[in-house]
Ligand binder design. Structure first.
Ligand code: BGC
Length: 328
C-alpha cells in the first residue's frame, strides 16, 4: 500500500512538473512606422525594405518578436499627426518617421518629448535638435544633383545636342517639403557649370515627385519649347518615367535628340538606362538607408546613443557603364 502511494505520488509530481515546465519567453517589440505617403515609388521600396528587415530578424531569432505597423500619411499633415500620436499613446517601443512636413518641426518635437526612440527618415528638418533618442537617416542630396550634372556632362556633346554652345534644359522638381528637391535642382546645374558647360533654363516647375505630374509638365514644356530642349532633368525617377512618356509622344528619341536623367535607380529606370531610353540615374540606396534606419532603431532599443545624429548613406551614379550591377 505504502509502495503504491509512493508510486502515485511520484507520478503526480512528474505530471505537475511537466505542466510547470516553462516555455521560452518571447520578448515582444512594437515598432510604429509612419510613411509620408504610400503612393510614392521610392518610399514603397523603402517601406518594403523595413518590413523585410524585421521579418528576417523574426525568422532568425525566436526569442524576440518584432511587430511592425506601417501607416500611410497620405501626404496630409493632420492624418500623420494623428497616426504618430496614436503610436505614442499605444506605447510603441520605437518609431520610424518619414515626415509629411519638414517646414514645421512641431510633430518631430512631440516625438522627442515622448521619449520614445525614433529614427526620422528621408525628409530632413534643417538644424533640428534630435535629443538622445532620436536621429536622422537619409542621403546628402547635393551629391545626387552633382551626379546628375556629371552624367549629362559626360555624354559625347556634353548635353549640347544642337551645338550652339549652350545646354538648354528643363527641370522637373520634387515636392519642396523634401530638401532633396531643392538640392538636386541646384547642384545638378552647378556641377554642369563647374565642369565648363554654359547652361540655359527654359522651364522649371514642381511635379511633386509624381509620375503623372511629371508627364504633364514635360508635355507642356515640349509643346512650348520643342526642339530647343536638349536635356530633361527630373529630381526623381518617378517623374522621369512620366517625362519619358511625353518625350515619346512628342516623337523625340532619348540619346539621339534629347537627354533624360533622374534619381533613385528604380528597377524600371535601370532597365531603361540599359536600353538607352534614359541617359542615366542615381542610386538612392533604399536598402542601405532602410538597413541603417533599422539598425539604428535596434541600437536605440538597446539603450545605445546613435553614432551620428545625421547619418547619410552614399548615392551612386548609374549609367550604361555600371547599370548591370543595379538591374534586379
Ligand atoms: C526620392 C523621391 C521620393 C522622395 C519622397 C526622395 O529622396 O528621390 O523619389 O519621392 O524622396 O520624400
Amino acid at each position: 500500500m505504502k509502495k503504491l502511494f509512493v508510486v502515485l505520488l511520484t507520478v503526480l509530481l512528474a505530471v505537475s512538473m511537466i505542466g510547470c515546465e516553462k516555455k521560452p519567453e518571447v520578448k515582444e517589440v512594437k515598432i510604429g512606422v509612419a510613411i509620408y505617403q504610400f503612393n510614392d515609388n521610392f518610399m514603397t521600396l523603402y517601406r518594403n525594405d523595413i518590413q523585410k528587415y524585421f521579418d528576417d530578424l523574426n525568422a532568425k531569432d525566436a526569442s524576440v518578436h518584432y511587430t511592425v505597423e506601417i501607416v500611410d500619411g497620405a501626404n496630409d499633415v493632420n492624418t500623420q499627426t494623428e497616426q504618430v500620436r496614436t503610436f505614442i499613446s499605444k506605447g510603441v517601443d520605437a518609431l520610424i518617421v518619414n515626415l509629411v512636413q519638414t517646414t514645421s518641426d512641431a510633430l518631430a518635437k512631440e516625438v522627442v518629448a515622448s521619449g520614445i526612440p525614433c529614427v526620422f527618415i528621408n525628409r530632413e528638418i534643417a538644424d533640428f535638435e534630435y535629443g538622445d533618442k532620436t536621429c536622422y537617416v537619409g542621403a546628402d542630396a547635393r551629391d545626387s544633383g552633382r551626379y546628375q550634372g556629371e552624367i549629362i556632362y559626360n555624354v559625347k556633346d556634353h548635353g549640347d545636342l544642337n551645338g550652339d554652345g549652350t545646354v538648354s534644359y528643363i527641370m522637373i522638381m520634387g515636392d519642396p517639403e523634401n530638401t532633396d528637391a531643392q538640392y538636386r535642382t541646384e547642384f545638378s546645374i552647378k556641377k554642369m557649370e563647374e565642369l565648363g558647360a554654359k547652361v540655359e533654363c527654359l522651364f522649371q516647375q514642381t511635379g511633386n515627385w509624381d509620375q503623372a505630374q511629371g508627364q504633364e509638365l514635360v508635355a507642356n514644356a515640349l509643346s512650348t519649347f520643342g526642339d530647343k530642349i536638349e536635356v530633361v532633368f527630373c529630381n526623381n525617377d518617378g517623374m522621369a518615367l512620366g517625362a519619358y512618356q511625353s518625350i515619346v509622344a512628342a516623337g523625340r528619341t532619348v540619346g539621339k535628340d534629347i537627354y533624360l536623367v533622374g534619381v533613385d535607380a528604380l528597377p524600371e529606370c535601370c532597365q531603361m538606362v540599359k536600353d538607352g531610353t534614359m541617359t542615366g540615374t542615381v542610386l538612392n540606396d533604399d536598402v542601405g538607408q532602410a538597413t541603417a534606419a533599422c539598425e539604428t532603431v535596434l541600437g536605440l532599443l538597446a539603450g545605445k546613443a546613435p553614432e551620428k545624429k545625421v547619418n547619410y548613406v552614399p548615392y551612386v551614379m548609374v549609367t550604361t557603364e555600371n547599370v548591370d550591377n543595379y538591374l534586379k
